[in-house]
Design a protein around this ligand. Structure first.
Ligand SMILES: O=P(O)(O)OC[C@H]1O[C@H](OP(=O)(O)O)[C@H](O)[C@@H]1O
Length: 304
């Protein structure tokens, strides 16, 4: 096994979604960069830097939408501009991983303040940050129920349902198209985030924007749980976020006779800021209009 295989293995796992979830892919990339930096030796400083940059580029190319991935890589690789780059890379990778885990914990605490005793919460897909909010509310002794959507085509909602059920929470699984049918039973919607744009839009699992629209129509608060590394720095200069379109076979396969039927499989959609009541971050709840401030404050170090 050559050193670069550490990076290639993580790249493959992120690409085929063996490792998935915006936070998890960011931490996996940071860990791979650390392990790679530890393995490569006998190189000049310049060679080391070039190899680390190539590794970072490969990891970033695994999936295009969740900004946690490039944000994690850029955070770690900033160590290349400092003295003792190898040590700095290792230090910064650990820093990113630990601060990510701490952020999820804090999001849980802040978000749980918005959950009332007796609430029924709707969530979509499988988000560590949203689950942290739900589990924390439950840990505080609140009597809560949770509705989970299946989240076609990959059904990550099943993971959420099982995780919360194992935790002792009252869980109901519904098909994605049943959200409007059940919205009268829902008190609050909490979902995760793959990216937040400078104008406060949420990029998250396909179907999120429909849920937000339904919640808005029914005056049910819609919140997203997003660590600050989910904020997309380049949207501040007008860059658009690429929506990943995945293999049609994830949706279905038709027999030969029907091969002419086109199948589209976008993995994410965009929820406009006007449907979002609050973004729960590790530094507190912010209105979507505050996204610009977060990007400016936390990503000043990124090239713009
Ligand atoms: O970072 P956490 O909160 O875990 O997840 C955030 C989001 O990442 C997931 O994407 P995918 O399943 O990897 O495509 C979902 O869209 C989820 O809402």
């Amino acid at each position: 096994m050559s050193e670069i295989d550490i990076i290639k293995e993580t790249y493959e796992k992120i690409k085929n979604m063996e490792i998935r979830g915006a936070g998890r892919i960011g931490r996996a990339a940071a860990k791979a960069l650390k392990e790679y930096a530890l393995k490569i030796s006998n190189l000049s400083e310049e060679e080391f830097k070039n190899k680390m940059k190539e590794a970072g580029d490969l990891l970033i190319s695994a999936r295009p939408t969740a900004v946690s991935l490039p944000n994690a890589v850029k955070y770690v690789l900033k160590g290349l501009n400092e003295e003792n780059p190898k040590e700095k890379i290792i230090e910064r990778a650990d820093e990113f991983i630990n601060s990510s885990l701490k952020a999820i914990e804090n999001i849980g605490k802040f978000g749980a303040n918005r959950i009332k005793d007796g609430d029924t919460i709707l969530t979509h897909c499988n988000s560590e940050a949203a689950i942290s909010v739900i589990k924390t509310a439950y840990d505080e002794g609140k009597d809560i129920k949770v509705f989970c959507t299946e989240t076609r085509p990959r059904n990550q909602g099943y993971i959420t349902a099982k995780t919360l059920y194992d935790y002792g929470i009252d869980v109901t699984l519904i098909v994605d198209s049943a959200v409007r049918y059940f919205i009268k039973d829902i008190d609050i919607v909490v979902v995760g985030a793959d990216a937040i744009t400078a104008n406060g839009c949420l990029v998250n699992k396909i179907g999120t924007s429909q849920i937000a629209l339904i919640a808005n129509e029914s005056r049910v608060p819609f919140l997203t749980a997003a660590e600050t590394y989910k904020f997309h720095p380049k949207t501040i200069v007008g860059e658009l976020i690429e929506i990943e379109e995945r293999d049609p076979e994830e949706v279905t396969t038709f027999e030969e006779k029907y091969k002419g039927i086109k199948i589209r499989n976008p993995a994410f959609d965009v929820t406009p800021a006007k449907y979002i009541d609050a973004i729960i971050t590790e530094i507190g709840l912010i209105p979507p209009q505050g996204a610009w401030y977060i990007i400016e404050k936390y990503f000043g170090w990124l090239e713009k």
